[in-house]
Write a protein that binds this ligand. Structure first.
Ligand SMILES: NC(=O)c1ccc[n+]([C@@H]2O[C@H](COP(=O)([O-])OP(=O)(O)OC[C@H]3O[C@@H](n4cnc5c(N)ncnc54)[C@H](OP(=O)(O)O)[C@@H]3O)[C@@H](O)[C@H]2O)c1
Length: 272
């Protein structure tokens, strides 16, 4: 699995999404992260078909939506994603939310893995007690848990649990989706200045240095290039310690523990 990838959340326009994925692949990204709920799997598939990079060099992730979180639902959803992406296999298939009958869905995913339709399976947004529940229940450990991870929400204890179960952490919202003034944050900016890097690059580098896969999103090619240019410098222990102090210990984007949020996601239908 590449340590850095490209996310396409909130890129609903098919033409914009297709071009963004083509630009990202041309920039050097090989991991593309989409989801059934992003409503852009077809556009991602078109870019994959056109990009000129052999399929086996790409690493395609998509996700099962809450509406399909059941054994039968997941069986169908996997086929739908394969069709929309125009692929014969998906490199990494994730349960998008720890909601609905996710154990039933996971069983279907284990079977699809054996059939070669999915190369690896995992989850998103599984906070520690959900992750422990899943890992204690299933046969195949989730390969990945994709959760919100950035300098303002660092989740060290969640990372420790993932390590215990051998689950790779992957950061969604590695820029906190632009919140908290991340791109001009004084601490990140000052650290970056030492290396000729931006606050954005420092935020990504900090995550990869602590073993977290990052999937930044941008529809701007120069930002895609900037976000990929993080492999030629190293943050010191002192830099890492400075960034550790920025943690506010909670998300400012979503509250997975709020019943209203869970209800809202259950109500979000992506097909009939
Ligand atoms: N599993 C889940 O529940 C979940 C949830 C959220 C996201 N994700 C995945 O994680 C990916 C990344 O997260 P995200 O898209 O939510 O947020 P993000 O990557 O933290 O932030 C994206 C925002 O940052 C801007 N940006 C990107 N690079 C920049 C740079 N170098 N300088 C200044 N601004 C920059 C982008 O603007 P422009 O596009 O205008 O450049 C966009 O507004 C998603 O695309 C998706 O694949 C998964």
């Amino acid at each position: 699995m590449p340590l850095e990838g490209f996310g396409v959340f909130q890129v609903p326009d098919p033409a914009v999404c297709e071009q963004a994925v083509l630009d990202a692949i041309a920039t050097g990204y090989r991991l593309i992260d989409t989801a059934a709920a992003y409503m852009n799997e077809e556009a991602v598939g078109k870019a994959i078909a056109k990009c000129g990079v052999p399929r086996e060099e790409l690493f395609i992730t998509t996700k099962l939506w809450v509406q399909d979180a059941s054994y039968e639902g997941a069986k169908k959803a996997i086929e739908t994603s394969l069709r929309k992406l125009g692929l014969t296999y998906i490199d990494l298939y994730l349960i998008h939310q720890p909601m609905g009958d996710y154990i039933g869905a996971y069983r279907a995913m284990e079977e699809a893995c054996k059939e070669g339709k999915l190369k690896a399976i995992g989850v998103c947004n599984f906070y520690p007690n959900r992750l422990a529940d899943l890992c204690e229940t299933v046969d195949v450990m989730p390969a990945v848990n994709q959760v919100e991870l950035h300098p303002f929400f660092q989740q060290e204890s969640a990372l420790a649990l993932m390590k215990e179960y051998g689950v790779v952490p992957e950061a969604w919202g590695p820029f906190a989706e632009g919140n908290h003034g991340i791109f001009t944050h004084p601490v990140l900016t000052a650290i970056g200045q030492k290396y000729g890097k931006t606050a954005a690059q420092v935020a990504l580098r900090w995550n990869v240095q602590r073993g977290v896969v990052v999937i930044p999103k941008s529809v701007h090619k120069e930002r895609m290039e900037q976000n990929m240019d993080i492999w030629n410098f190293q943050l010191t222990d002192e830099d890492m310690a400075e960034i550790a102090k920025l943690d506010i210990g909670h998300s400012e984007i979503v509250d997975h523990s709020a019943p209203g949020f869970v209800k809202m996601l259950h109500g979000m239908k992506i097909h009939d």
